[in-house]
Every structure is written in structure tokens, then in C-alpha cells.
Ligand binder design. Structure first.
Ligand code: ANZ
Ligand code: ZN
Length: 819
């Protein structure tokens, strides 16, 4: 019947699956191979939207495929439930963030139950539950024990709207990643995680991910870590005991240095500044502190700076270089000071031209004089004006200079990373409290493990949470004032909460043993389930979340808690769902409503439409998607199952051979396509098989033919990955037992995969000389090659040159020798 309504069977099967529990991961030491399918857990902002639908459909396909293959599958779900939106909602509605959060979680959970139902719900977790954040705090303290969590004062990014600090990673183009407000700099004492200690390993271990993570994600991670190699060079400063060290990637241009620049906001600038220049310097520094990051980093902007009244001595030639302060040198990179080589570095050249400083070419690049063109020449070439390294090229020059500096003890090879330590404290309420107490006598005191979790104080709500620039927790005086765990004296709790990226850096470990009470996870169970076989989620997490998770895993490895160093074996970033070019996200509003689509077409249709629209990595333009077409297709599947259901079962081997071959090919290809995540093509293969089956019923051997049943069963099993409800219904019609997910994956009989062959006649000078058995779809070139390779043809040619070959694949090849 063409009137099949995919919505009609959803509730029935959802209830049956809930009874049968086929998706619960089985905890046994032995048994089948295990697979861990992980989806990036959602933030509970309202109901699920089209973006979720895309990501979770993909994750569900992967998990279902593994279930169907008979693996022991872990496919958990949970919520990343701390965070600012809940707090802002609570302020607006005069309520508690938990109310909004947990109400939204329930809404999303209900939607998930219908939409992507292969989760193991027994492992559900929420990062805002005290049972979860207890272990986030425990991990914080282990980081603290290892010197990986520390407090320091310094310039931090401050969002004036959200009234909280931001990690460097959360500042995009100078603006708050979340709300778009221009970010300011503030001097504050904050908690950091020492991710820089792991920079080398974060980079080196990427080798394990090569080929199984998207290339662009690896590239983004590499750029973010930003390893560069060069040299540290020590410059003596006249009138100062301590030399100033600069980091340079071009020590080969050391003879071209004509001045030095110190970051205006670095303490070094203040230290180096001569008394006569102090007033000018302080005025300049004041100016810089008012600038936004975006202004500072702009290349368009004219350079600014001030002379510090001192000279640095070039260690290789004794030249005196004036020392300047400027904002284009960053306090937090390298040593916060540079040697300026204006001929070969554009920023230095802009500065030199602005302030009338000398420009000296030391590399012959064949380009025009930078002092005249205003264009620096950063390329390679023969070194000149550089004493002992004249005539060398860049690589040789770098090696030689480092050797010279090394000998004199005035410099050394050096490696730098762009990666900064991870700022983890936030001045907001709805997050994981930092388990530290500040005591006047003892200083920072960790909360003892047996006093965890440090729960969020009760009683704060609504306006109490409004941003004030200090943490709202500070207002809960009963909560803040505690006894020092060490000396028993009066002490205060740390009032900051952790960046929610801390919560999400380890949730996938917790899924392995969600109720575990003796630690963040059961080491044995993590050994059983991890690493994650496939992680599915948005490319917006390509840097932060993945980098932090990789960092956590390495720390856990160093703690001896896990025996692997990378948490995610394979990564898939799904594309976005868009509508005619406008991104559909929370910020732009949901233009297509998932609930409405499901209401109109049913879950199977929405899933199928998403998955069929293109490769999973590509964006989906919902305007191009055809739910009606998918609906018709499912009706055809259902109709075939209905027609076959009344036919008696019989040995498939006696069935129609052409359809049997088509089924075997479809299964074989679909398997490979699912393995390589080309789901859209896999669906296309099933559609072709449906068409072939229809033809066999209508104008071939009919619905009672055993090959038709075989095809119908294969269709149901493969389709179950993409349209699980219709597939299960069809399976039942065919006499199968629920749940279909336990029916096993079909395997294609290799004998049926061998292509049929046809006979090709090969003529030489009009005479038949050979007959070749070849596949019917052979290409002309391939057939020509085979014909010429035939010994009988070679014999007939007897060494004669060939005038012409006429190929009519797959029937005939005619070879005309020269006379
Ligand atoms: C002299 C020089 C000559 C440089 C030349 C470049 C070209 P990456 O590759 O990103 O590591 N630099 C060093 N510390 C800096 C800081 N704190 N703020 C701004 N710039 C800084 O860049 C390293 C290069 O950036 C260094 O090499 C230095 O300039 C500059 F023809 O030294 B170079
Ligand atoms: Zn104390």
C-alpha cells in the first residue's frame, strides 16, 4: 500500500525496544569484540534542533551498525549541563539555573528517545550533578598535586557583558566567542591548567590520529599548538646587569638587527626603561592598556611605540641597538622582546619607517630594497653583510649562528609554542566550584578528598546571580567562610567556578562506569571500553574540546589510570544543517523546526532525508532535501515486506539468480560504504535493490520467489541503520523476531559476487584468432590490452606492426596489421 505512514509505527517499536533493552552495553570481561560509539554530548538549550538531528543520526547509524555486526557496543548519552545560558535564564526568570537546565534535559531526553534511540540510557549523566562534579573536583586536585593547576596574576581576557574571564580560546577575533562583545584586558589572579607542559606530546601524538581524524582538524590543532623553532639570543643592556633574551625564528638575520622592541605591557619594559623616558613610557603604556586585542593585532594599523632610553648590544658584532617599547610585541609569547630586523620582517619594517630607524639588508633575495619599497623580504637567499656567515643560505646560516652563539654562551637553539596555559576559573555561579580554601596562615589549601564534593551553595537565585564582576558565590557568606582544613583557623573558599570545558574533558571516561563511587571511573572498565572507536560531533569543537580532552587523557596516563594516550580513535565532524545558505544555529534561530518536521513526516523520514542528502561531512541545505521522496521510498519497502509476508518461505538458493546477485552486490557494497561512512551512497544502493525487487515481483518471478524474500530481508536489515522503525516493522512482516538489531548483519555469498562474464571475439586481419571471457562492463582500453596480450593473437601477428585496432566492448576486437 502506498499509504504507509512511517509515523504510525514509531510508538509501537519504541515501547517494544524499551522492554527488550537491546541497546544496553554488556559488562563482561570476555565475549564479542567491543565498540565505543560516542556522540558529543549536548548542552541543554531548549529542545533538540536540526543540528542535533544531523549529528545524532550519524552517531546512531554507527552504533546500530556495530550492534548489527554482533559487537558489544557502548553508546551512551548525557548532558553538558553547567554553563552561562542557564544562569542568564535564571536571572531573567528569577529562578534557579537548575530549574531551566533539568527541564530542558527532560525535553531533550524525550526527543532523543524517539529520534536516535540506540542509547544505553542506564549510563546517562549530567555534569551539573554533584555525583559528577565531585569527580571533576577530584581531578582538579590531582592536577593541583602534580603542579598542573596553579594560580597566577596577569592580564586576562575579560568579557564586560558576561562579566567573566575568558580563555584565549574563547576569544575570537577580539570578541567574546559566546556573546560577541569586544573583549577587554584585566589584571586578575586566576587558576590555570598547565597544558603547555604537554605541548610537545599533544603535537607528537597526533601521529596516531593521522588518517582517522579529518585533516583540517589535525591542522587546526597543529596551528593552535603552534610549534616554532629558532634561537634565543641574549643581548646585554647597557646599564643593566641582566641581559634581555629574545626569541627569533631567523637567527640568520642577526647582523640585520637594527633595534630591539619590548612588549609595552610586559614587566620587562618597565624594568628596562631609563628614568629620562619614564614619563613618556608610562603615558604610552596607559594608551596600550585601553586598546582592545583586536586593535593590537590589526596589521592595518599604524605602528606605535616609545623609545626606552637604553641600548642593547648585539652579541655577534657589538653594535648598539636602541631599545623601544611597542604593542606589536606580545608580552606572553617567547620572551616578550624581539630583535627587530626591518629588512626582512614586515612588522619591524613598518615600525622602522615610522620612527626613522635604520634598515639593513642581510639576505639577498633578488627583490627590491625594502627601505625604498616599504615591503620586507622574508625569503631565502645568500647571506650578506654578516661576517662569518656571509654566502651561506638560510638553513646553513641558522645552524652556523647557533653554533657561534653556543660557543660564546650568548644564545642557543630554542623551541616555542603558541599554546598558552588554560585559564580555568570563571566568575560565574552555574559551574563546578574550585575545591580550594584560602587561609591567611596556610595559603592555598586543597579541600580534603573526603569532603568532596564542594556543593554549590543553596539559596542563591535570580538577581543574586547577576554579573557583578566578582563571583556570585562570594555573596553566600555561610558557604564562603569555613575552617581551614589544615590549621582549623578562619578561611575562605575559592569563589570561582571552573570553565565548563573542564567538565566535558572527561565525561567519556565516566560513561564507562557511571555510578562508580571510588574514583572518577573504574580503571578496569575504562580499559575494557576505551579508547573511543568513533567520536561524532561538530567541527566547532575542533580545537578547544578536543585539545583539552587529549590533554586530560595524557595526564590520566601519567597518573597510571589509563593505558592509552589518545582518547578518540576516529573522529567524524558532521556538516551543518542550513536553509538556503543561512546557518541554522541557536544564534541565528532555528529556521526549520525539528519537532515540526518529525510531526509532519515521522522520524524515519527526517533521518533518511538527512543521511541521504550527501556525505556526512557536508552541509545540508534543507531546501534541497526531499522528505516526500523518502516517505515514498519507505512505503515501497513496506509494500514489498507486506507482499512477501504472505508467501511461503523456501531455500533462497532456488530463487531467481539475477535478483540474488543484485542482493549480494547491494549488501557487499553497503557494508563497505557504511564502514567508510559514505552513508548516502549506502542508502542509494538499498534504493536500487528496492527497485530491482519491485521489478522481480511485478514482471519477474513474483513475490513468492525465495530470492525476493532474501532481498526483502536484506533491505530491512541494512535499512535499520537509517530508518529503524520502518525496518523493524518490515522485519516483523517478514516473520523476523524483534529486535532486528540482534538479527545479525547479512553477508554476501562470494559466489554471487563473481561477475557474470561474456565472450569477446578477437580478430586479426579479419580472422577469428581468440575468444576471451571478460566482465560485461569492461572498458575499451582494458579490453584492447587483454586482446593484445593474448598469445594466440601475438602468434597471428608474427611481429607485424599494427595499423589499427577497432574495439567494440564487450563483443569484438578487430586488429588490422600493417602490410
Ligand atoms: C627576528 C626576525 C627576522 C623574525 C625575520 C622574523 C623574521 P613565530 O614563527 O610565530 O614563532 N617574535 C618573537 N617573539 C615575539 C613576541 N613576543 N611578539 C611578537 N613577535 C615576536 O614567530 C617568531 C618571530 O616573531 C620571531 O622571529 C620574532 O621576529 C617575532 F626576518 O626575529 B623574528
Ligand atoms: Zn590554615
Amino acid at each position: 500500500d502506498e499509504h504507509y505512514d512511517p509515523r504510525a509505527v514509531q510508538d509501537k517499536w519504541q515501547a517494544r525496544w524499551a522492554e527488550l533493552d537491546p541497546f544496553e552495553a554488556v559488562e563482561t570481561g570476555e565475549g564479542p569484540e567491543r565498540r565505543y560509539a560516542l556522540d558529543m554530548f549536548p548542552y541543554p538549550s531548549g529542545d533538540l534542533h536540526m543540528g542535533h538531528a544531523e549529528a545524532f543520526a550519524i552517531g546512531d547509524v554507527v552504533a546500530r551498525y556495530w550492534f548489527q555486526r554482533g559487537f558489544n557496543v557502548l553508546h551512551p548519552i548525557g548532558w553538558d549541563s553547567f554553563g552561562l545560558p542557564a544562569e542568564n535564564a535564571a536571572i531573567k526568570r528569577d529562578s534557579h539555573p537548575a530549574e531551566w537546565t533539568y527541564a530542558n534535559i527532560e525535553t531533550q531526553a524525550a526527543s532523543f528517545q524517539r529520534y536516535a534511540p540506540s542509547f544505553d540510557w542506564t549510563r546517562r549523566l549530567h555534569t551539573s550533578d554533584p555525583e559528577y562534579y565531585k569527580w571533576t573536583q577530584w581531578l582538579f586536585l590531582r592536577f593541583y598535586d602534580r603542579g598542573l593547576a596553579y594560580r597566577k596574576g596577569g592580564h586576562v581576557n575579560w568579557c564586560p557583558k558576561d562579566q567573566t574571564v575568558l580563555a584565549n580560546e574563547q576569544v575570537v577575533g577580539g570578541h567574546c566567542e559566546r556573546c560577541g562583545t569586544l573583549v577587554e584586558k584585566r589584571v586578575l589572579t586566576q587558576w590555570y591548567f598547565k597544558i603547555t607542559d604537554y605541548a610537545d606530546r599533544l603535537l607528537a601524538d597526533m601521529e596516531q590520529l593521522e588518517g582517522s581524524w579529518p585533516e583540517r582538524v589535525l591542522l587546526m590543532q597543529r596551528n593552535w599548538i603552534g610549534r616554532s623553532t629558532g634561537a634565543d639570543v641574549d643581548f646585554v643592556i647597557e646599564g643593566r646587569d641582566e641581559p634581555v633574551t629574545v626569541y627569533t625564528t631567523r637567527p640568520d638575520t642577526l647582523y640585520g638587527a637594527t633595534f630591539m622592541v619590548v612588549a609595552a605591557d610586559a614587566p620587562l619594559a618597565e624594568e628596562v626603561c631609563a628614568p629620562a623616558q619614564r614619563a613618556a613610557f608610562e603615558a604610552y603604556r596607559e594608551e596600550v592598556s585601553r586598546e582592545s586585542e583586536i586593535e593590537r593585532l590589526s596589521t592595518e594599523r599604524e605602528k606605535t611605540g616609545v623609545f626606552l632610553g637604553r641600548y642593547a648590544v648585539n652579541p655577534v658584532n657589538g653594535e648598539r641597538l636602541p631599545v623601544w617599547a611597542s604593542d606589536y610585541v606580545l608580552a606572553e609569547y617567547g620572551h616578550g622582546a624581539i630583535m627587530a630586523v626591518p629588512a626582512h620582517d614586515q612588522r619591524d619594517l613598518d615600525f622602522a619607517l615610522k620612527f626613522g630607524l635604520p634598515v639593513r639588508v642581510v639576505v639577498e633575495t633578488g627583490q627590491a630594497d625594502p627601505a625604498e619599497t616599504g615591503v620586507a623580504t622574508p625569503g631565502d637567499g645568500a647571506i650578506i653583510n654578516s661576517g662569518p656567515i656571509d654566502g651561506l643560505d638560510k638553513a646553513e646560516g641558522i645552524a652556523k649562528i647557533i653554533e657561534i652563539l653556543d660557543e660564546r654562551g650568548t644564545g642557543r637553539a630554542s623551541v616555542n609554542f603558541r599554546l598558552r596555559d588554560w585559564l580555568v576559573s570563571r566568575q560565574r555561579f552555574w559551574g563546578c566550584p574550585i575545591p580550594i580554601v584560602h587561609c591567611e596562615a596556610c595559603g592555598e589549601v586543597p579541600v580534603p578528598d573526603d569532603q568532596l564534593p564542594v556543593r554549590l551553595p543553596e539559596g542563591l537565585r535570580g538577581a543574586d546571580l547577576a554579573p557583578k564582576g566578582t563571583s556570585p558565590l562570594a555573596a553566600a557568606s555561610d558557604w564562603v567562610n569555613v575552617e581551614c582544613p589544615k590549621c582549623g583557623g578562619a578561611a575562605r573558599r575559592d569563589t570561582d567556578t571552573m570553565d565548563t570545558f573542564v567538565d566535558s574533558s572527561w565525561y567519556y571516561f565516566r560513561y564507562c562506569s557511571p555510578g562508580y563511587e571510588d574514583g572518577p571511573f573504574d580503571v578496569e572498565r575504562v580499559r575494557r571500553w576505551m579508547p573511543v572507536d568513533q567520536y561524532t560531533g561538530g567541527v566547532e569543537h575542533a580545537i578547544l574540546h578536543l585539545l583539552y580532552s587529549r590533554f586530560f587523557t595524557k595526564v590520566l596516563y601519567d597518573m597510571g589510570m589509563v593505558d592509552f594516550t589518545e582518547p578518540f580513535r576516529r573522529l567524524l565532524n558532521q556538516g551543518q544543517v542550513i536553509l538556503n545558505g543561512s546557518g541554522m544555529s541557536k544564534s541565528t534561530g532555528n529556521l526549520v523546526d525539528l519537532g515540526e518536521q518529525i510531526g509532519e513526516f515521522g522520524v524515519d523520514v527526517v533521518r533518511l532525508a538527512m543521511l541521504f542528502s550527501g556525505p556526512p561531512e557536508d552541509d545540508i541545505d534543507w531546501a534541497d532535501v526531499s522528505p516526500h521522496g523518502m516517505s515514498k521510498f519507505l512505503a515501497r519497502v513496506h509494500r514489498i515486506a507486506t507482499e512477501v509476508s504472505s508467501a511461503p518461505g523456501a531455500d533462497a538458493a532456488s530463487g531467481d539468480i539475477a535478483l540474488r546477485r543484485a542482493t549480494a552486490r547491494a549488501v557487499d557494497e553497503a557494508t563497505k560504504l557504511v564502514e567508510t561512512q559514505r552513508f548516502n551512497v549506502a542508502i542509494a544502493r538499498i534504493m536500487e535493490l528496492v527497485t530491482a525487487t519491485r521489478k522481480a515481483i511485478d514482471s519477474g518471478p513474483g513475490a513468492a520467489d525465495p530470492a525476493v524474500r532474501e532481498a526483502a530481508e536484506a533491505i530491512a536489515v541494512v535499512l535499520s541503520l537509517f530508518a529503524p522503525y520502518t525496518a523493524e516493522e518490515a522485519w516483523e512482516l517478514l516473520g523476523g523476531t524483534a529486535p532486528l538489531i540482534r538479527a545479525g548483519w547479512p553477508s554476501a555469498d562470494p559466489a554471487l559476487l563473481v561477475e557474470e562474464s561474456v565472450t569477446c571475439v578477437v580478430q586479426v586481419a579479419g580472422k577469428v584468432r581468440d575468444r576471451l571471457e571478460i566482465p560485461p562492463a569492461i572498458a575499451d582500453e582494458e579490453l584492447e590490452r587483454l586482446a593484445l596480450a593474448s598469445p594466440k593473437v601475438q602468434e597471428a601477428l608474427a611481429g607485424a606492426d599494427i595499423a589499427k585496432i577497432i574495439v567494440r566492448a564487450p563483443k569484438i576486437v578487430n586488429i588490422v596489421p600493417k602490410r
